[in-house]
Structure formats: structure tokens, C-alpha cells
Design a protein. Structure first.
Length: 369
């Protein structure tokens, strides 16, 4: 029987420490034989598998386990950042090795498309400049109008003594006023076009901040804001559901990430179309979707999702690039009520119910007790 100091397989944390300090490996911690084995929750098991896959990706590509490389590997393996995952997949399809410089370039391109504080500051500066120009134009227009009125009054007083000269000057003054009015109108039209463009830029920025780039669904940030609004509104408490595509990694492994992306977009559209106005559907991360039911209790939400699950199972998918049959697609889901403002508890309950569905054979919807 081995002693309590016998080495065992290193923990995930030890493996990471070993990666970061390869010159000075640390011995794995001793574990007593009578210690109970670690108990993995559903989410913990998923995280451990993801951790292993990220590490495998780094070593397979010869990348150092730096924070930058780890973030890109995580984005590619998990699919949570579609832009980064797509850029990595495109690079790998070229057959070229993925080097540290390539990772940096991918992140730089991703940052260029983000709504950064600098971009927001630029939008604000443009808005402020437009407002200043608008106030100047209005001020000049009022001054011109006042001057025009004064000039007309003066020349009107000269009509009796110099009618011909006064009329000539009135015509000249009027022509100049008309020309100034045209210039002001042109300036206002230009300002209107700039304001319309700024409005479009702000709307685009708002959508980018709230929308998942791949599926077009609301993202996690938008979903959590809608959840807070639902809790603040009058009415029955909302219900939360977490849905996860079954065996999605096998789709990526067998058919490739582009096919996996199309599957994600298909499931996103299917869930949104089937649930309609009964629920807000968002992409919550990877192959996981969150649903917010404002007017359905836990059992009603479970039944609605279960009907969607059954209809999805009758669809047969085909790889659009190759024509190869991909077979049917299923998902598992956990449903839980949001009691009071206990959103963290609701997510925990829904996640536990989802894990129970996965552990019980997948392709089912389970309501939290």
C-alpha cells in the first residue's frame, strides 16, 4: 500500500504552474490515501475539460502559455469570441504554423473592431463639435435677420426723400439677405447629414455592444441587462433557462469550425423563431444559450423548451460546404425560477438542472426543484 507521500497525477493548477515555470518544476502536492476524491460539479467538469483542450492547443502549436496566448487559445477552443476563433481557424487552414506574432496580430485586429473608450471619446467629441457649429449657425442667422430688419426700416424712412435710391438699396439688401439665407440653409443641411451619420454610428456602436457577432442574438451583457429590467418591472417573476447543444465539440472536430459556426447560427435562429415572443433568447457563451421567460413559470417554460427540443430533433442537417449529412441535432436545458433578486442562485439552479440533463443522457429539458 503506497504511503501518504506517494506522487499522484498533478492537479490542473500544478500543470499550469509547471507550464509557466518549466525550468523549476514543482513536485505535485501530496495527497493522503484516505482523502476523499475531489467532487466535480457539472460546471467544474466542463471547465476542466476546456482547460485540458486549451493546454493541448498551446502545446500542439508550440505556443508559450502566456496570458495572451492562453486568451486566444481559449477563444478558439470555446468559441466564445467568434472573431478571434474565426481568425485562428482561417490561419490554421492556410497550413502555416501559429506563432506568437500571429497571435498578437489577431488580437490587434480584434481590438481595432471593438468599441474602445477612444472610439467613444471620438464620437462624443464629434457630437460636441456639431452642437457648437449648430449654435454658431443659429446665432449668425438671428444676427443676419435682425440686421436685415434694421436695414429695411432705415431705407423705408428714405422712401419719401429718395424713393429711387431707397428702392435700389432695398433690392440690394434683399438679394444679400437671400444669399445669406441660402448659405445658412446649406450649412444646416450639412450639419443635418453629419448628425444623421453620428446617429447611425451611435446606433451601430450600441448594437455592437449588445449583440453577439456570430449569431446576431443578444449577448450575455444584453441578456443580463434585460433580466435586471424584468426583475424591476411589475408582474410575475421571470424564469431562466440555459440550453447547451449536445456533443458540439464532435461537430467541430468532424466537420470543422466553419460548419460549427453555421450550426450555432442555425440553432440560434431556431430557438428564437420557435420561442417567438414568449422568451428572449441570447447567446451566453460557446454553444450555450440563455432564455428569459417573462410570462411563464418554471413548468410552462420547461414545456415550451421541450417542444422546441422535439422539433429540432426532427431536422436533419447537411454540411453546406461538402454536402455531407451531419445528422440530427439535439440540446439539453435546465430551467429555474428567478426568485426576488437572487439571479446568481437562479443561474446556479438552471446550470445544475442542465448538468443533470447532460448526465442523464442528454437531449432533455429539466426543471430545477
Amino acid at each position: 500500500m503506497p504511503s501518504s507521500s506517494s506522487p499522484r497525477s498533478p492537479s490542473q493548477r500544478h500543470r499550469l504552474f509547471a507550464w509557466l515555470s518549466p525550468e523549476a518544476p514543482v513536485a505535485p502536492p501530496a495527497v493522503a490515501d484516505n482523502d476523499p476524491p475531489p467532487r466535480d460539479s457539472g460546471r467544474g467538469a466542463v471547465h476542466r475539460r476546456l482547460y485540458d483542450e486549451v493546454g493541448e492547443f498551446l502545446f500542439r502549436n508550440g505556443l508559450a502559455p502566456s496570458p495572451t496566448n492562453f486568451s486566444v487559445a481559449h477563444a478558439y477552443v470555446s468559441g466564445e469570441d467568434w472573431e478571434v476563433a474565426q481568425a485562428v481557424a482561417t490561419h490554421l487552414r492556410s497550413g502555416a504554423p501559429l506563432l506568437d506574432d500571429d497571435v498578437a496580430r489577431i488580437l490587434d485586429a480584434r481590438a481595432a473592431n471593438e468599441l474602445t473608450p477612444e472610439a467613444l471619446a471620438q464620437l462624443a467629441q464629434t457630437l460636441e463639435s456639431g452642437l457648437v457649429d449648430y449654435r454658431v449657425i443659429i446665432g449668425e442667422s438671428r444676427s443676419d435677420t435682425s440686421q436685415f430688419g434694421d436695414d429695411l426700416d432705415r431705407e423705408a424712412a428714405n422712401l419719401d426723400t429718395d424713393p429711387v435710391g431707397a428702392l435700389h438699396r432695398i433690392v440690394t439688401i434683399t438679394r444679400e439677405a437671400v444669399e445669406r439665407t441660402r448659405r445658412v440653409e446649406a450649412q444646416l443641411q450639412r450639419s443635418q447629414r453629419e448628425a444623421d451619420q453620428l446617429k447611425a454610428d451611435l446606433e451601430s456602436a450600441r448594437r455592437a455592444a449588445d449583440q453577439d457577432h456570430l449569431t446576431g442574438l443578444p449577448n450575455r451583457r444584453s441578456f443580463e441587462r434585460n433580466l435586471r429590467e424584468a426583475l424591476a418591472a411589475d408582474g410575475p417573476p421571470p424564469t431562466l433557462a440555459l440550453c447547451d447543444i449536445d456533443d458540439f465539440k464532435q461537430i467541430n472536430d468532424r466537420f470543422g469550425h466553419p460548419a460549427g459556426d453555421r450550426v450555432l447560427k442555425f440553432v440560434a435562429g431556431f430557438l428564437e423563431g420557435q420561442l417567438g415572443k414568449s422568451a428572449l433568447v441570447s447567446r451566453y457563451g460557446g454553444e450555450e444559450f440563455a432564455c428569459l421567460f417573462r410570462d411563464a413559470d418554471t413548468l410552462e417554460a420547461r414545456d415550451l423548451l421541450d417542444a422546441v427540443r422535439e422539433r429540432l430533433g426532427t431536422r436533419s442537417l447537411v454540411n453546406q460546404e461538402t454536402g455531407e449529412a451531419m445528422g440530427s441535432l439535439t440540446f439539453s436545458a435546465g430551467v429555474a425560477p428567478v426568485e426576488g433578486d437572487r439571479t446568481a442562485q437562479a443561474f446556479h439552479d438552471a446550470d445544475h438542472a442542465l448538468y443533470t440533463a447532460k448526465r442523464s443522457g442528454k437531449n432533455m429539458v429539466i426543471a430545477a426543484r
